[in-house]
Write a protein that binds this ligand. Structure first.
Ligand SMILES: Nc1nc2c([nH]c(=O)n2[C@H]2C[C@H](O)[C@@H](COP(=O)(O)OP(=O)(O)OP(=O)(O)O)O2)c(=O)[nH]1
Length: 135
């Protein structure tokens, strides 16, 4: 089974988190699911480089991500492939971005995240964000 290394950004503006809805794709189990923006790490790239590239490509967001912004890693096996996904907290000072690939987006508080239909791999991240919010 193919295994991909994926990076994802938890974009935070004040007390809101950016949730992006994927378009229809090859696999129904990730089509139209909400996710944290990002994508696959390419050969020769570091994780933060990959995340900065993906945010630029899919949203025109120019952001510096640092290793210390790391939040958590999730390993998830879908029916056709496995992903190991590293998430990073990215605080932003405005809500500007261009939605180039996603079909919808929502800015939600941590306690509202579970209302959405997330990609299965994202559930542990959503749960931990929820928990931290109560801490
Ligand atoms: N970016 C991102 N991908 C996620 C999340 N959750 C999740 O299961 N994924 C999956 C969906 C994709 O299979 C993979 C990310 O790769 P991608 O978005 O670059 O891939 P893709 O298959 O849409 O596109 P591509 O390889 O054809 O360019 O990880 C998430 O929160 N963010």
């Amino acid at each position: 089974m193919k295994k991909y290394e994926v990076v994802a950004a938890i974009i935070v503006y004040e007390n809101q988190i950016l949730c992006m809805q994927r378009p229809k794709g090859k696999y129904e189990y990730v089509s139209y699911k909400y996710e944290f923006p990002g994508g696959k790490v390419e050969l020769g790239e570091s994780k933060v480089e990959a995340l900065q590239r993906e945010l630029q490509e899919e949203m025109d967001i120019n952001i510096t991500v640092k290793d210390e912004d790391f939040f958590m890693t999730v390993d998830h096996t879908y029916p056709d492939f496995e992903i190991i996904m590293h998430s990073y907290i990215c605080r932003v000072d405005n809500k500007k971005f261009v939605r180039k690939e996603h079909v919808d987006h929502k800015w939600l508080r941590a306690d509202e995240l579970e209302e959405l239909d997330w990609a299965a791999a994202d559930i542990p991240i959503v749960r931990r964000l929820e928990e931290k919010n109560h801490a």
